[in-house]
Ligand binder design. Structure first.
Ligand code: ARG
Length: 258
């Protein structure tokens, strides 16, 4: 009897040892599912194709490739408001956020950013009949639409006397130009350029110089530095093996000049 008890204890002990090796949550051992947050109305980085629920875009392809490289079986995308992404990371509702998110000092206090993966900047969009706003200096005292919580919104706030209205998506902000409800939109150049290309040029145009130089980064919770390191490692590998270039060409046509 004593012997059986001893064997049972030993068995239990060994089982405990075994299971300690798997599961393990976000310590890099459980590679089942990477949960990714984004604000999916930001073509060509993240958007839903017409009549489809699937999220597509440069960011979506990139994070899928990164997840695969890190050894995850599955990469699940969760759509939410842009300003909800950092709180979702902090609450551990998502593992990473990829959303054309600019690396800023302010945000870096709350999350860990990967190395930059895309060079961007802000553009001014106006109605095509607008001949008064030609550059940034002309925006003083004007009505400006922006996407909530973005660097475009922060830039607009610096403009003297500007009357700013915030929208949930860049598309909604741009609609205000169509309706001549605002004088300008400040938003990310590659997104505004894509919007013009996709039909926006019927009524809108980009004017002046690019206002800022910004780098997009993938955000990870401060509590998960191991995951942030893995993301960087995967990104480096994809840059080395040509997969990053392939995706860049797929979505933007040409590689940026170094
Ligand atoms: N790059 C800008 C920022 O970080 C705008 C990003 C908006 N992204 C989005 N998926 N809506 O503030």
């Amino acid at each position: 009897m004593k012997k059986t008890l001893q064997t049972l204890c030993l068995c239990l002990f060994m089982l405990a040892l075994l299971t300690a090796g798997c599961g393990g949550g976000k310590d890099g051992k459980d590679k089942k599912e990477l949960v990714v947050g984004t604000e999916p109305a930001f073509a060509p980085f993240e958007f839903q194709k017409e009549n489809s629920k699937e999220y597509v875009g440069f960011d979506m392809d990139l994070i899928a490739a990164i997840a695969k490289r890190m050894g995850y079986e599955k990469c699940t995308i969760r759509g939410m408001g842009f300003d909800a992404l950092i709180p979702a990371l902090e609450a551990k509702n998502i593992d990473v956020a990829i959303a054309g998110m600019t690396i800023t000092e302010e945000r870096a206090k709350k999350v860990i950013f990967s190395k930059p993966y895309y060079k961007s900047g802000l553009a001014i969009v106006v109605h095509k009949d607008n001949n008064t706003v030609k550059e940034a200096a002309d925006l003083k005292g004007k009505k400006i639409a922006v996407q909530i919580g973005t660097t475009g919104a922060m830039e607009a706030e610096k403009i003297e006397g500007a009357k700013i209205t915030s929208f949930n998506t860049n598309g909604e902000a741009c609609l205000e130009i169509k309706n001549k409800a605002v004088d300008a939109v400040i938003g990310d150049l590659p997104v505004e350029a894509y919007f013009l290309e996709q039909g926006g040029k019927e009524y809108a145009k980009i004017v002046g110089k690019t206002l800022t130089s910004e780098d997009y980064g993938i955000a990870v919770a401060k509590s998960n530095p191991a995951l942030a390191k893995e993301v960087d490692k995967a990104l480096d590998e994809l840059k080395k093996n040509g997969e990053y270039d392939k995706l860049y060409r797929k979505w933007f046509g040409e590689m940026p000049k170094q």
